[in-house]
Design a protein around this ligand. Structure first.
Ligand code: NAD
Ligand code: HJL
Length: 269
C-alpha cells in the first residue's frame, strides 16, 4: 500500500473539459451528481479475465490518470462483485492528494460482509482514504450489527434505497435515479462509476444514458480472451426487432498514455 503515483499537470489540463466543475457555484446548480463512467478495457472489451479475478490492464501512465480522476470526484462507485474480487482500496494514491473520494458500494442484496482487514478500512485507518457507504435494498432490521459497527467506527454506513425485485433472478435492483438521489442527499456532487461489468452495462441502458455526463475509457493493447467480464450492454431493437446500436460517443478525443490510449467522450449530442 506504499505505492505512490504522479500525474503531470499537462495531462490534467487535457482532461479538464471532461471533469466535474471545480467551482462550488456551478456545482450548487446541479440537481444530481456529475457522473463520469470510467474503466479500463482490453481490445476484446474485457474488464478482467473472469468475474473473480483482478486483472491489470492499465500501464503506469493511465493508472495515474485513473487516480487523478479519483481526486476530482467526490465519490467512486463499484459493484459488490468488484469488492469481493479485488479487495480494493478505492482511494487516490497520487502523492500529496488533498481530498479522497467516498467509496460507494452497490450491494442491493447484501453479499459483502465487511471485515476490519479489508483494504478499504486499512487505508481509512491510515488517513489515506474514506470508509464506504454501502447502498442496499435490505431492511435495516436485517443488517448485521457487527458490520454496522465496523462501518460507523471508520465513518462509513449502510444507506437503504428503494429496490425492485427482478422476476427472472428474484434479486433486488436499483434505479440509477435513486442511486444518484442518495448520493446527492449525502452532499456528494460528483461520482466516477468504475465498474465492474454488470454495473457499467446497467448504467449504459438507454433509460439511464442521459445521467452520464462524461465517459473516460482506458484501452490497453491486449486481448484477454473469452470468458472475461465484458462491457456489452443489453441489445436494443427497433419496433420490428431489428438490432440497433446501444450508444455512441460524441465529442470524442483520444490521448496516448504510454502504451495505452485514453478515450474521452460524451453520450450527449
Ligand atoms: N478494468 C476495470 O476498469 C475494472 C473496473 C471494475 C471492476 N473490474 C473487474 O470486474 C469484475 C467484477 O465485475 P462484475 O460484472 O462481475 O461485477 P460488478 O462489480 O459489476 O458487481 C455486480 C453486482 O452489481 C449488482 N448490480 C449491477 N447493477 C445493479 C443495479 N442497477 N442495481 C442493483 N445492483 C446492481 C449485480 O446485481 C451484482 O450483484 C472483477 O473481476 C473486477 O476486477 C474491472
Ligand atoms: N483503471 C484501471 N486499470 C486496470 O488495469 C484495472 N484493473 C482497473 N480496475 C479497476 C478495479 O478493478 C476497481 O476499480 C478496483 O477494484 C479498484 O481497486 P483499487 O482501489 O485500485 O485498489 N482499473
Amino acid at each position: 500500500m506504499s505505492e505512490e503515483l504522479t500525474f503531470p499537470a499537462e495531462s490534467a489540463a487535457l482532461l479538464e473539459p471532461r471533469l466535474p466543475p471545480k467551482s462550488d457555484a456551478e456545482e450548487a446548480l446541479r440537481s444530481r451528481p456529475f457522473v463520469t463512467l470510467t474503466f479500463a478495457t482490453s481490445l476484446d472489451s474485457s474488464l478482467s479475465l473472469s468475474p473473480g479475478v483482478r486483472t491489470r490492464l492499465s500501464g503506469p501512465g493511465s493508472k495515474a490518470m485513473t487516480h487523478y480522476l479519483r481526486t476530482r470526484h467526490s465519490a467512486i462507485l463499484v459493484g459488490v462483485s468488484t469488492v469481493l474480487a479485488d479487495d480494493p482500496a478505492l482511494n487516490c494514491r497520487i502523492a500529496g492528494t488533498a481530498s479522497q473520494p467516498r467509496p460507494i458500494v452497490i450491494d442491493a442484496n447484501l453479499r459483502w460482509t465487511p471485515r476490519r482487514s479489508d483494504k478499504v478500512f486499512e487505508v481509512c485507518r491510515n488517513s489515506v482514504g474514506l470508509a464506504p457507504f454501502i447502498l442496499t435494498g435490505v431492511d435495516e432490521s436485517s443488517l448485521p450489527r457487527e458490520s454496522i459497527e465496523l462501518l460507523h467506527e471508520h465513518g462509513g454506513k449502510y444507506i437503504r434505497i428503494p429496490a425492485t425485485r427482478s422476476e427472472s433472478t428474484s434479486r433486488l435492483r436499483f434505479d440509477w435515479n435513486d442511486i444518484l438521489a442518495a448520493l446527492q442527499a449525502e452532499g456528494l456532487s460528483s461520482v466516477m462509476v468504475e465498474g465492474g461489468g454488470q454495473i457499467i452495462n446497467s448504467l449504459l441502458d438507454p433509460a439511464y444514458q442521459d445521467l452520464i455526463d462524461s465517459v473516460i475509457v482506458t484501452i490497453a493493447p491486449t486481448w484477454l480472451g473469452q470468458g472475461g467480464v465484458v462491457v456489452s450492454p443489453d441489445r436494443v431493437t427497433d419496433t420490428t426487432g431489428v438490432p440497433l446500436p446501444v450508444a455512441r460517443l460524441s465529442h470524442v478525443s483520444w490521448h496516448p498514455f504510454g502504451e495505452d490510449v485514453v478515450l474521452c467522450g460524451t453520450l450527449r449530442e
